[in-house]
Design a protein around this ligand. Structure first.
Ligand code: DAH
Length: 362
């Protein structure tokens, strides 16, 4: 072995030992600079390649490159080991006793949206509706096409949709603009009779005091062979009575248009706005628009693999955030998502409350 090779081997074993023994990430970094940095030992040797004879360079080039690669690898491995050990130590040290009482003034509370969702599932659960789920990122088919939005139709823009970049096949996913695609998912996976609700996040590119880019909806769907608009009306009135805790409600159905229902309607609830800043549901001279609904369009039933000559039913959809604002007197929607604990303290609910049926918050 020539002396240069012996020197290289010594250099490598010296650095390898020191890297393996490095106590923290700073020590690893210092060794990287000492070996591989601009002024480092290995870099210095690499610079001598230029003044070597071609024969010598052919021998030394690969050796030095190999040394550089091995030391680089050892540094990376040691750095990862240290990071993992540091994380382990932190996880061991950070324990939390969840049974401790909260620190004064720091008690958690239930967000009004969560509370309303609990109330809604209690109310509709009692009426025999099963809870379904769907993803926030949807296919264009489920969000639009199967719901009878014609391709390239301006109705798709009506929803101020957040589109993803198309994939290689040209398909583009969307952030769901409503919870209606869960109707499609449910009909595709389950045979009628279907009686379901679903709740969750929805997205539209819109923002002011009554719109946020992310908001929440609840959707309902009933499909069987006999359900009619009268059944829809009965269920929605029972819901309004339970949710707003009023014995008597007057509602009206106004004709409307949705691509996925025929006939379609918007439902208004009688209310009183005569006292400024106050809204009373159930009585008064005014109307409050509360939801969209209708009989499921035959094209939707067909797109979901069912026979519209045999199966029929209704659907409805409404904004959960709006329901929360109405019931709990929250004036600005944007505050709901500002993560301000003072706001939560004002509007939030004790974690010990459980949502009841008739009284909402029991
Ligand atoms: N998806 C509608 C929207 O976001 C709401 C809606 C209206 C849902 C009518 C329905 C329905 O199921 O029947 O604006």
């Amino acid at each position: 072995m020539d002396t240069q090779t012996t020197d290289l081997a010594a250099l490598e074993s010296d650095f390898s030992a020191r890297i393996a023994a490095a106590a923290d990430e700073a020590a690893v970094e210092a060794l990287r600079v000492e070996a591989l940095g601009k002024q480092g030992a290995v870099s210095g040797l690499m610079k001598t390649l230029g003044s070597m004879s071609p024969d010598q360079r052919q021998v030394m080039g690969p050796k030095l490159n190999g040394l550089k690669d091995r030391l680089g690898e050892a540094l990376t491995v040691r750095k990862a080991q240290l990071a993992e050990a540091a994380l382990d130590a932190r996880l061991m040290a950070e324990t939390m006793d969840v049974s401790l009482p909260p620190r004064p003034g720091r008690a958690g509370s239930i967000h009004p949206i969560s509370m309303v969702m609990e109330e809604l599932s209690a109310i509709f659960g009692q009426m025999g509706f099963a809870l379904e789920e769907g993803p926030d990122i949807e296919t264009d088919f489920n969000n639009f096409t199967a719901l009878n939005f014609p391709p390239e139709h301006p109705a798709r823009d009506m929803h101020d949709t957040f589109f993803f970049h198309p994939n290689a096949k040209g398909d583009r996913k969307v952030l769901r603009t409503h919870t209606s695609p869960v109707q499609v998912r449910t009909m595709l996976k389950q045979k009628p009779p279907i009686r379901m609700i679903c709740m969750g996040r929805t997205y539209r590119c819109d923002s002011d005091a009554t719109h946020t880019p992310m908001f929440h909806q609840i959707e309902g769907l009933v499909i069987d062979e006999t359900t009619t608009m009268a059944d829809l009306k009965g269920v929605l009135m029972a819901f309004i009575r339970a949710y707003f805790e009023v014995d008597d409600v007057e509602v009206r159905f106004r004709p409307h248009h949705f691509p996925f229902t025929e006939p379609s309607a918007e439902m208004d609830v009688r209310c009183d706005r005569s006292v400024p800043g106050q809204l009373k549901i159930g009585a008064g001279n005014d109307w409050l628009e509360i939801l969209g609904c209708g009989m499921v369009h035959p094209n939707v039933i067909r797109a979901c693999g069912l026979d519209p000559d045999k199966h029929q039913g209704y659907a409805f959809g409404m904004g959960v955030d709006r329901l929360a604002m109405l019931k709990y007197g929250i004036p600005d929607l944007r505050d709901m998502f500002a993560a301000d604990t003072r706001w939560l303290k004002h509007y939030g609910f004790s974690p010990f409350l459980s949502p009841g049926l008739a009284a909402g918050v029991g």
